[in-house]
Design a protein around this ligand. Structure first.
Ligand SMILES: Cc1cc2nc3c(=O)[nH]c(=O)nc-3n(C[C@H](O)[C@H](O)[C@H](O)COP(=O)(O)OP(=O)(O)OC[C@H]3O[C@@H](n4cnc5c(N)ncnc54)[C@H](O)[C@@H]3O)c2cc1C
Ligand SMILES: NC(=O)c1ccc[n+]([C@@H]2O[C@H](COP(=O)([O-])OP(=O)(O)OC[C@H]3O[C@@H](n4cnc5c(N)ncnc54)[C@H](OP(=O)(O)O)[C@@H]3O)[C@@H](O)[C@H]2O)c1
Length: 244
């Protein structure tokens, strides 16, 4: 399999349970991706064996065909193998990736309204799309981003989403806090599922993207199917755990 060696540039906690990791290519080259895609990281375990884990690309780049850094966000998973590597790795650590892969990319045929739904780090692919969507927002396309977390301390990239909403009136952002009270005008106390209901999704005009917790993806898809949506009007990416 074709892999590309990368080096950890820096790493920082950006919420209570999420770490941001930025990589550069070890050979000094750039990254080519379509916003919304993910990479497969090839990581060493304690005995040096290589195992793979998938992570969405969160990089916002002026030119995603030649981005300088690869930005990823990882949730802390108890006893997780990759989690341990991410939490211990120091700048300069070398690993490799393959890809990018994935179908959760900007639509070729634009809907009237695009509803982007995420829980936790599932918001990463939508952050990567922020620049790409701007010309469409200028032309009046409606984009609504629902970001589900337990409470405000779990949220991240809020400045990016709020700046987009401020600059483009047809971009709307809702932070859905499932275990806390709302404390800002764009916050909603409840799950993304509850907030979606308020938006009154319509299968003939809306396209919905779902990303993150597999239970959320399945539940929202079932609810959308009940009001006429199907595989052509809902795109899904589940953050399922690996078997190895
Ligand atoms: C397409 C895709 C994109 C993804 N993107 C991201 C991303 O951007 N950010 C992110 O944080 N994560 C993402 N994930 C999830 C990520 O790939 C890892 O699964 C996650 O980081 C956990 O890896 P780990 O090695 O730390 O944990 P692991 O070592 O794999 O597992 C940790 C714990 O979970 C338990 N476990 C394993 N499998 C199951 C199971 N089926 N049910 C219940 N418990 C189980 C294990 O026993 C262990 O205790 C993505 C997954 C996919 C498929
Ligand atoms: N089986 C799996 O493969 C599996 C299962 C779970 C998580 N994960 C992954 O593990 C990593 C860590 O996850 P995390 O703990 O940081 O956050 P997370 O599970 O991605 O997100 C937590 C948020 O999702 C909400 N949620 C859970 N189930 C839902 C549903 N059915 N419908 C709507 N909302 C729902 C929670 O609401 P409440 O507070 O109301 O619960 C909470 O607000 C992530 O990558 C996640 O996707 C994998």
């Amino acid at each position: 399999m074709l892999t590309t060696p990368i080096r950890l540039l820096d790493s920082a906690m950006i919420s209570r349970n999420v770490r941001r990791l930025r990589f550069v290519r070890s050979d000094g080259g750039s990254f080519a991706y379509r916003p919304g895609e993910f990479v497969s990281l090839h990581l060493p375990d304690d005995s040096g064996e290589i195992y793979k884990r998938s992570y969405s690309i969160a990089t916002v780049a002026d030119n995603p065909a030649a981005a300088e850094t690869l930005e990823l966000v990882a949730s802390h998973v108890e006893n997780g193998k990759a989690t341990r590597w991410f939490w211990q790795a120091q700048p300069g650590a070398e690993i490799a990736f393959s890809g990018p892969h994935g179908l959760l990319v900007w639509p070729e045929v634009l809907p009237k309204r695009l509803i982007l739904i995420a829980t936790g780090t599932g918001v990463a692919p939508y952050r990567a799309m922020l620049k790409q969507m701007q010309p469409h927002l200028t032309q009046g396309m409606q984009v609504h981003l629902l970001f589900g977390v337990r409470d405000q301390a779990e949220a991240f990239y809020l400045d990016d989403f709020r700046a987009q909403a401020q600059a483009f009136p047809s971009f709307q952002f809702s932070l859905c806090v499932s275990r806390a009270a709302a404390t800002a005008p764009d916050e909603y106390a409840g799950r993304v599922t509850d907030r979606l209901q308020q938006l009154n999704p319509q299968a003939d005009t809306d396209l919905v993207y779902l990303c993150g917790n597999p239970a959320m993806v399945d539940e929202v898809f079932e609810r959308l199917k009940a009001v006429g949506f199907g595989v052509k009007t809902v795109k899904r990416e589940k953050y399922i755990f690996s078997r190895a």
